[in-house]
Write a protein that binds this ligand. Structure first.
Ligand code: SF4
Ligand code: SF4
Length: 439
């Protein structure tokens, strides 16, 4: 059992550092319109695992009627932070902000049991440390090349490693690293100068997505700057409540892209883009960075958002492909980007886009949710794979690395030979005349 740290919880259950904004949760009129869109409510069927119930719990703690207990933490942590409730809410409740703030309170004012604390620390420290990620992916590439992965998976030995074994199941084939140049010149008439965020998971596990994004941007008239000194953007930390550490990475990211003097900052990972568009909220109490964060957030664009602003460069070749599109939560609900990736796919000659039922229902990835809550995440994944099977598509298009790993795992579990590609990989494929081979 975890413990509230008594010295930090007072008469009101939250401390004074970024508590959930009362103004936001008072907007909730308890109408329940969000309930049918909440994945945890649909799967778990518990009132405390829907937005209305979670707001009720936050309010009880804020008013000192309840404390940050195991039960409170469980209901907050079971939320996938998909923000589907924000899309559905007629009162405009900004649920993402209050949930991130509530998790910040948990992080400071609650002691996880030692085993859980160690696991969370390992996950968050690893994914946000580029040096550690580089070493880890080199070792994992070696593990795959030596055939040890096949052996481990077929022997069933991974079952003895608990959540680490489940993490292994998400591992994609890791390609050799290719260094991107610091600047890629625009082709044809120049439309602007953009900075490309490399991300953490994307940079190390799916470098081909960054390469494709840079090529597509250059092909469509953008000079692409890829600052070598960029670090993690902090999104994972913000989602998991480590707001102070997240703020540090946010300040660093702002510094890096200010130095690059770019018109836009392009992101191809939905979770990162969503938090970067909201740095203004994260740093609103920071006198040095507040205005700079506002200016920065206004410049952030998802890659598909920027590319779809104008007609695509006409040198597209035919790709005979039946594809379906999965809406990553932080792109569809967090950034309201839904039409642009579809517009791009429809513009490619030969591509047949089949709509996916429940396309914006969470696949269970949700940052590191599938590592922290693997059993619930699996329920979401099974539902997503069932919907994908109905489409008959040979490619699932996903604009978030976490969703890609999760959906690939689900497809593999069911023996389905369906690729998962980023919209920029499909578009790049149209410029190259073929989609990329499986790494
Ligand atoms: S963010 Fe998603 S999982 Fe969390 S309460 Fe809202 S709809 Fe439910
Ligand atoms: S839809 Fe909005 S106002 Fe209605 S219960 Fe959900 S969060 Fe509250």
């Amino acid at each position: 059992m975890g413990q509230p740290t008594a010295e930090k919880t007072g008469a009101r259950g939250f401390d004074h550092i970024d508590p959930p904004d009362t103004e936001i949760y008072l907007d909730c009129v308890h109408c329940g319109f969000c309930l049918p869109t909440c994945p945890t409510y649909l799967v778990l069927g518990n009132e405390m695992d829907n937005p209305r119930g979670r707001i009720y719990l936050m309010r009880a703690v804020d008013e000192g009627k309840a404390k940050i207990t195991d039960r409170f933490v469980e209901h907050m942590n079971l939320c996938v932070l998909c923000r589907a409730c924000e899309t559905a809410c007629p009162s405009g409740v900004k649920f993402g902000f209050i949930m991130e703030a509530a998790r910040g309170q948990i992080e400071r004012n609650y002691q996880y049991p030692p085993k859980e604390r160690r696991f969370r620390k390992f996950i968050l420290d690893t994914f946000t440390d580029l040096g550690r990620m580089s070493t880890l992916t080199s070792l994992l590439r070696f593990y795959q090349k030596l055939g040890l992965q096949k052996l481990a998976r077929s022997s069933g030995v991974l079952g003895f490693f608990g959540r680490l074994g489940k993490m292994e199941a998400l591992l994609p084939p890791i390609p050799d690293r290719q260094e991107l140049p610091e600047v890629m010149p625009a082709k044809g008439e120049k439309r602007g100068r953009v900075g490309l965020l490399m991300g953490c998971a994307q940079r190390f596990f799916l470098p081909q997505v960054n390469e494709a994004t840079a090529r597509v941007l250059a092909e469509n008239g953008f000079e692409v700057v890829i600052p070598k000194d960029q670090a993690c953007c902090g999104s994972l930390l913000v989602h998991e409540g480590e707001r102070e550490r997240g703020k540090g990475f946010a300040r660093e990211t702002i510094d890096v892209f200010e130095r690059a003097s770019v018109d836009f900052i392009v992101v191809n990972a939905a979770g990162c883009g969503s938090v970067m568009k909201e740095y203004w909220e994260l740093l609103h109490n920071d006198p040095v960075y507040r205005e700079r964060a506002e200016a920065f957030s206004k410049k952030v664009r998802d890659a598909s958002e920027l590319i779809a602003q104008a007609d695509l460069n006409g040198r597209l070749r035919e790709l005979k492909l039946k594809v379906t599109y999965h809406d990553a939560c932080h792109l569809a609900h967090g950034q309201k980007v839904r039409l642009q990736p579809r517009k791009i796919l429809k513009a490619i000659p030969g591509v047949q886009l089949v709509e996916l039922a429940e396309s914006d229902f969470c696949c269970g990835s949700a940052g590191v949710y599938n590592l922290l809550e693997p059993d619930v995440a699996q329920k979401f994944l099974d539902r997503k794979i069932d919907r994908i099977k109905e489409t008959g598509a040979e490619v699932v298009v996903s604009a978030n690395p976490g969703c890609t790993f999760q959906i690939e795992k689900g497809l593999k579990e069911q023996g389905l030979n369906i690729r998962v590609l980023h919209p920029m990989e499909v578009l790049d494929g149209a410029y190259q005349g073929t989609i990329p081979p499986q790494p």
